[in-house]
Structures are given as C-alpha cells and as structure tokens.
Design a protein around this ligand. Structure first.
Ligand code: SER
Length: 868
C-alpha cells in the first residue's frame, strides 16, 4: 500500500481517469448552479444533472472531477465521529451514455489495487440485490471470491441525489480495517448498520432512472456512471489512520489550533472532539465564504452561521476565549491552493469570519445570562427540569444548541425536558416546511427537453413552438416550455423579461422566466387554460421598453466593475449583482466605505466610457482563448467549454450571458445613488442608467429649483444660505425658550391665588404652559414658597409628551412625600418617574387627557385628618 498525502491522491485519481479518456473538469461551486432542489452541492454528480436528464448535451462523454461537497445531515455528529464532515472532497469519474458497468468496475479495481496498492484481500464489495450483471463482473471478471461479496437492498445499494431526479443501483467497495474493529467482538458485514470494521471507500452508481414525484422510476435517456470516493476517507486508509481527522488534510489545521488552547483546556473531556469540530468547521466556513455564502438566518447563510458558531462554542469549551477562527484561514488556504478562488477572496473570508465570531461571542454572553435567569427562576420554584420551550427559545433566539443548554444546566444540577424540546423543534420544522411547500416547484417534470434556443439577443418577439404546458401547485399559474424563446431567463444577475404569450387572441402574462438546466421555463398567469393547452404555437412578446432599460443597466454594470477596479485597485472582486430595468446593484469586496471623492471618480469614469460610445461586441470562444483575451472571470458561474465574452471597446471584457446595448452611448448616462455596507468586508453600490438616470437627475434639479425659488437666490448660494438659516433658527429657539420660562414664572403670582386649604396645609394641582421640565420645576418650587405647608402638583404638555412634578414643603413631606404623589399620579398621564420626599418628577407621558384629573386625584391622597 502506498502512503500518499491528500494532494497526491487527488492527482493520481485524476491522472488515472485521464488515461482512460476522461476530461478533467473543475469542481463546481458549493452553491449549486440552476438547481433549486438542493441547498448546497452534496455530490460530484450534481453539476451533471442536466446532462443526465438529457436537457444539456455533454461536451465530453467521460469526465473526472475532484468536487467540493457539503453535507449538513448529522451536523451534530461532526467532530464526535471519526468519519463525518460538513465539507469534504469527492473524487469521481462519470460516463454520460458512454461506458457502463463492464468498464467502470475493473477500472475501480485497477485504481485501488494497482495505483494505490491496496491489498486485494482486504477489499469487499456490495451490489444491489438483483444486479446480477454487476455481481458477475466483480466475481468472474475481476475475480472477487463470493465470500467477500454481498447482495444488499435499497437502504445501502440504491443511490439518489434527492427525493426526485437521477438515481440508480450502486456497488460499494469496502476496506477491511481488521477484526480489532469488530463491534463487541462480533463480525458483521459491510453495509450493516452497526458495523465498524468495513469502511466504505468508493461508491459506483449506475444511474439509469429518474425518480418521479409519485415515487415511480422512469428510465433516463441514457445510462450513466457516477462514482464517488471521499478524499478524506481514502487518505485515512492510505495513511494507516483510524480517523479521517488524523490525515494530513485536517491535522495541519488541528496543529494550528493546539497552541491556542490554555493549560486547563487540555484536560477537558471534549478536548479532542473540540479540536475536530474546529478543524472541520473552520475549513468548511472558508469554503462556503469562498463560494459566495454570507452568514444569515436562513438557507446557506444559516448553515454558515451555524458552523462558525459551533466552532466558536467548542473553542470556548476548551478555554479559547479570544477570537481565533480567523487565525486558521492562512493554514487552510495553503492546504487548498488547488481552489484559487479562495486566495482571491482571502480578505472577505477574513472579515466575514472575524465579524461573525465577534458577534457570536456577544450572543453567547447574552444566552448564558438568559439561561442563568431561567435556572434561577426554576430554582425558586423548586423545579429541577428546564422546560422544552425554554430550551428551544435558547436555541432559536440565542443560538444555543440543546447540548450546550444541557451542559450548563447539568453543571447546576438541572436536567432538560428533551421530549418537549423536540416537540417545539418539530413544530418549527413544520412551519418551515409548509412555507416551502407554498413555493413553486419550477423543475418538477421538466425532463427530456432539448435546451431552449434563446432568440433574445436579437429579437424581442417571435412565434414559438410549444413543447409543454405544465401545472404548478397554484391554480392560476402554469409553466410553459417553448422550443425557442425571446424571453431572457433570470441569470448572471439579470432579471427575467416580462411580457406575454399569445395563443390566438388569448393573452397569458409571463410573470417569471427561469432556467431548469438548459431548459427555459416560462411561468404564465391566466384563468382559462384551454387555448394555451391546445396551441401548438404561441406568439411570445417581450415587454421591449423594460428590456431596453434592463440592458442599459447590465451594460453599465460592466463599466462600473472596471471603473471600480481603476479607482480602488485590481483586487476588487465582484461578490454579486442584480440588474433590472430600474437600477443596478453591484456588490464587491472592500473593507471600508468608499470616499465621496472615489464615488465621484467612478461615476465620472463610467460616464466618460458612455460618452465615448464604445462598440459592444459579443464573441463566443473557448475558455482558453477567453483567458488569454483577459476577460474577467465571474464568480460562481458555470461555463461550458465555450464561453461568451462581452467587450466594450478596449475598456471592459467579461464572461457574460446577458443582453447588452449595441454601443455604450445608448446607456445615456449613469448616476451612483447609494454606496453602503452589505456585510463585513463587502460594499454595495446602487446606480441608475438610461431613463432612470435622467429622471433621478431631473428630480434633483427640480428640488433645487423649488428651493431656489423659495429662497429667492440662485442655486449656488443655497448651501451657504441654509447654513445661515440653521444658525438663526437655533438662536431663535433658544430665545423662545427663555421667553417661555419667563412667562411661566410670571404665572406664579396668579397661580398662587388658586391654593386650596385643608387646615394648615395648602395644596394646588394645575396644568400650565411651559417649554420644558426645568421651567415646570422652577414654577413648582416658586409656588411652594408661597405657603409654609404647601403641596404643589403641576403638569404640562411639552413636545407632545406629558411631564409632571410634585413639590412638597419640608414639614409636610414627613407624612406626604413628593415621590409617593408622583408614583400615584403619574399613571393618570401615562408618565414614569420618581424622586425625593420634597421634590419628584415624571416624564414621557402619553395621556394628556389625564391632566384635568390631577386635582381630584391629589385631594384623594391628602391626609384627611390634618389638624386645622
Ligand atoms: N453520487 C454518489 C455519492 O455521492 C457517487 O458519486 O455517493
């Protein structure tokens, strides 16, 4: 057996299959391309689904890849088990209607035994129970003895990427780790649920079916091969390690974490698990961010958030209290130079991880506090079990997984109601599921169609042959597949076209256009479906004005991209864009806001290119030609062997499938209307072009015109005048306040005549007009001085809020305190406050209608038996 490191294994695998006529294709990004059925790329075959469905023609009938994969099932187990990962790489070879079982099985054997040198007697093989063909090839052609072969059922030997779609029987190859790995000394067999001894290293799938939504199997247009061998696993075998985590790929990350753990952390019972969690999750986070995922509260963003948090938490558990995940990034990038997109994104990766980590540390702090409160309450009630909903709230709101809640609870002698927690969790899963169900399942039943021809580069209207009218789960929407279409399907950041399909005189509004693989699906709205269902041909008409404005925004986005590079530096990389008829939104990496001057320069550069009226050319060329021509590669797009390059004079060249203006002059003009932070290290620029830019400028000018007329001065004097006006206003506000206070004090004498007597006690409650609390207080104190034993309560409405004060003479305050009066009276006016025995106040009241009741309410508080 050869001892190879991971990158040697990768290389040997690819070389081996290249020698068998396979084309080495790049790994597709972790964000699946045009596949709404999965969140993240989970297997090597995903990028080839359209080929297997027959909707896309393969450029090569044999391909081989090392594919970045991500699986979220069993995430809580990652770190504990020696074999589980979130991110991992899968080595695979694929045949699209080319070779089949008779070739792939002997090749797999040759690679494992000749190239990698695995001992033959340690290899065991499973096949699908009824697959005699595979069985015979293994047994007779390859020569595996019957005692090392097993026929197994659907659970282990039928592989599918999802509930529907390509699937087929499979044959798995297992490596025997030896009798010491037998569980409890009992020898089981490969594929057995409880078995530990036989390690699955390679899965050969014979993809020949397409599972329908009703569960039935339909034959795919051709028989395909999809194989997958986990890189980390085969590395563990070749490196003689009992855990994937001990292989060179992951050990380098673990080695980097170890020195960060303080002395006491080394003793923690979860020390090794924590290192493994951190290594797996930090690597996975780097990969996700590298492919454009940002932390969020749903979908992929949530997966990213969850793994970063889990890693931080395990770090904390073994005593790492400072931010540390970001410090692992350079080690991870060194391990994965084969994915050059990572190095390009280093600063975004750094910022994202650091910010998320910092944020979570705060959350962790808040969550711990919340849990402490919960436990204190329970203790007071004599309860020893944390109720399920409380544990779920900690999970849902504070990001505390059950395990963490349990751990902290147990330290303080509490248990957690697991069953009730599960119920609360289940309820939430159900809520999420029913939300997802209401989404349209765009891809359902879109199989077996030729790629739709796109006519929209040159036309906005065309007669088109109807290939299918398919239902959706919404009665007033149907999906239409045409042979060719002028409608642009949403992609590359450009929105889909609007317009209508006409079947005779019947109009069906096109509300959305999406690609499923290479097939364009038009979502149309209507009520009477008969005309459409009977039509063999429709007239497809795109709303041309919207399209034109969209094209201007798309073309200007290319100019903007280049201008940003010119002004901010070549390292500016696009992180996303969205173009429609009203605006363009462009996201890119930058760790700081752009300065006003930079924004102006970018805007000016773009407008200069517009005024040069550069010709816009589109050319279809091979990837290599395109690279030489210096075209900018876009992130996250998947390209066939031919790419479309859109160039604007010599200023800009980009890979792009979008629709563009014929020359930059058509764009008219460009304005940046916003520059803002999108995420850590990512900025967003919003701009308008064409008609929208004209409208934007003209509205601004109108605004200035109105101002200039109001102020009766020319435009250019407006800023100076406004600043003077503001100064004057401030001075006047101050003067008014002073005047109001003075006037309030002048009311004192007349107010003093309103005192009522109860024995020696004189009391007064009134509503007065004052500018602020200070004035209110002053008036009350003044009034108090009029009588030796006075109780004064004053209320006022100031800036829309009610304030209240109470002033009480010293002699009275021994038995009737100002603070008590305010406490009793403030609810009348919705105010809050308090104070001392002789003076108290309340503010923020929102019930001015309570003011007239102050007097009677005060009387009720007076000590009725005050001696006369
Ligand atoms: N698709 C199969 C798997 O993921 C083989 O590549 O196991």
């Amino acid at each position: 057996m050869k001892s190879l490191n991971a990158s040697e294994i990768r290389q040997q695998f690819i070389q081996f299959f290249e020698s068998k006529g396979h084309k080495h294709l790049p790994s597709s990004p972790l964000i699946p391309y045009n596949d709404p059925t999965v969140l993240l790329t989970t297997a090597g075959m995903l990028q080839f689904k359209p080929i297997m469905f027959g909707t896309e023609k393969p450029v090569y009938s044999r391909a081989t890849t090392h594919q970045k994969c991500f699986r979220t099932t069993d995430l809580e187990n990652v770190g504990f088990s020696p074999r589980h990962h979130t991110f991992f790489e899968m080595l695979g070879n694929f045949s699209f209607g080319d070779y089949y079982k008779a070739e792939v099985i002997p090749w797999a054997w040759e690679f494992l035994t000749d190239v990698l040198g695995l001992p033959k007697e340690k290899l065991h093989v499973t096949v699908y129970e009824s697959d005699d063909e595979a069985y015979d090839i293994w047994h007779q052609k390859v020569g595996i003895p019957a005692e090392r072969m097993y026929r197994l059922g659907d659970d282990t030997n039928f592989w599918a990427a999802g509930d529907t779609g390509p699937c087929g029987p499979c044959s798995e190859i297992y490596f025997d780790l030896g009798p010491t790995m037998d569980k409890n000394g009992v020898t089981l067999h490969p594929g057995h649920d409880d078995d530990n001894r036989y390690l699955e290293v390679w899965n050969l799938v014979f993809m020949e079916f397409d599972r329908q939504p009703d569960g039935s199997l339909k034959s795919l247009p051709a028989k395909n091969i999809d194989t997958g061998m986990g890189l980390e696993r085969i590395a563990s075998v070749l490196q003689g390690k009992s855990s994937n985590y001990d292989t060179d790929l992951i050990q380098s990350i673990i080695a980097k974490v170890k020195p960060m753990v303080p002395e006491e952390g080394l003793q923690h019972e979860r020390y090794t698990v924590a290192l493994q969690v951190i290594a797996d999750h930090s690597r996975a986070a780097v990969m996700l961010i590298g492919d454009g995922v940002q932390p969020g509260n749903e979908g992929r963003g949530y997966v990213l958030r969850r793994i970063i948090r889990r890693a931080v938490r395990f770090g904390q558990m073994i005593g790492i209290t400072d931010n540390f995940l970001y410090a692992l990034i350079p080690t991870i990038l060194e391990l994965y130079t084969i994915y050059p997109e990572l190095a390009q994104k280093q600063s975004i990766i750094h910022e994202t991880i650091l910010t998320e980590e910092e944020r979570f540390r705060k959350t962790l702090h808040r969550g711990t506090k919340r849990l402490d409160d919960v436990l204190a309450d329970l203790k007071a009630q004599g309860v020893k079990v944390v109720p399920g909903p409380a544990a779920f709230e900690l999970y849902d709101t504070y990001g505390f997984p059950l395990e963490l809640t349990l751990e902290i609870a147990q330290e303080q002698g509490f248990d957690v109601d697991h069953a009730a927690y599960k119920v609360a969790m289940q309820e939430q899963v159900e809520r999420a599921r029913s939300a997802a169900r209401s989404n349209l399942d765009l891809g359902a039943g879109v199989v077996g169609f030729e790629p739709t021809a796109f006519l929209g580069y040159t036309a906005t209207q065309s007669d088109a042959e109807v290939l299918a009218v398919l239902e959706t789960n919404v009665p007033h929407l149907r999906r239409v597949v045409l042979k060719a279409t002028p409608f642009y399907a949403e992609s590359g950041g450009q929105v889909s076209d609007h317009g209508a399909l006409f079947a005779g005189a019947h109009r069906y509004e096109v509300v959305d256009v999406q690609k499923v693989g290479e097939v364009v699906v038009h979502v149309v709205q209507g009520e009477d479906w008969q005309a459409l269902e009977q039509a063999s041909q429709v007239n497809a008409i795109v709303e041309a004005t919207l399209r034109e404005e969209t094209m201007k925004h798309h073309s200007v986005t290319h100019l903007l991209h280049q201008a940003l590079k010119d002004v901010l530096g070549e390292q500016v990389a696009q992180a996303g864009s969205a173009v429609n008829h009203a605006q363009t939104r462009f996201d890119f990496n930058l760790n700081r806001p752009m300065t006003a001057e930079e924004i102006l320069r970018v805007e000016e550069l773009v407008n200069t290119q517009i005024m040069k009226n550069l010709p816009v050319k589109t050319e279809v060329m091979s990837i290599d030609e395109a690279r030489e021509s210096g075209a900018v590669a876009m992130f996250g797009e998947k390209y066939g062997e031919k790419v479309r390059v859109v160039s604007m004079g010599a200023y800009s060249a980009e890979f792009c499938g979008g629709t563009h203006v014929p020359a930059t002059g058509t764009i008219g003009s460009f304005k940046i209307i916003a520059e803002e932070a999108l995420a850590a290290g990512v900025r967003r620029v919003i701009g308008v072009a064409g008609r929208q830019a004209y409208i934007y400028s003209s509205q601004n000018e109108q605004l200035l015109r109105t101002l200039s007329q109001e102020l009766k001065i020319p435009f250019e004097q407006i800023p100076e005048r406004v600043s003077k006006l503001q100064q004057t206003l401030k001075a006047q506000e101050k003067a008014i306040k002073a005047l109001k206070s003075e006037m309030a004090l002048q009311q004192v004498a007349s107010l003093a005549t309103q005192f009522q007597a109860q024995g020696e006690l004189h009391y007064l409650a009134a509503q007065i007009d004052v500018p602020d609390m200070d004035a209110l207080k002053q008036v009350a104190e003044n009034l108090k001085g009029y009588k030796p034993q006075a109780v004064v309560v004053l209320g006022a409405e100031m800036d829309g809020k009610v304030g209240l004060v109470a002033a009480v003479s010293k002699g009275v305050s021994t038995h009737l305190k100002a603070g008590e009066i305010i406490k009793q009276l403030s609810p009348l006016v919705g105010a809050k406050g308090g104070g001392k025995p002789e003076f108290a106040q309340a503010g923020g009241g929102d019930k001015p209608e309570g003011l007239p009741q102050l007097s009677s309410a005060l009387v009720a508080l007076l000590p009725s038996g005050t001696p006369a």
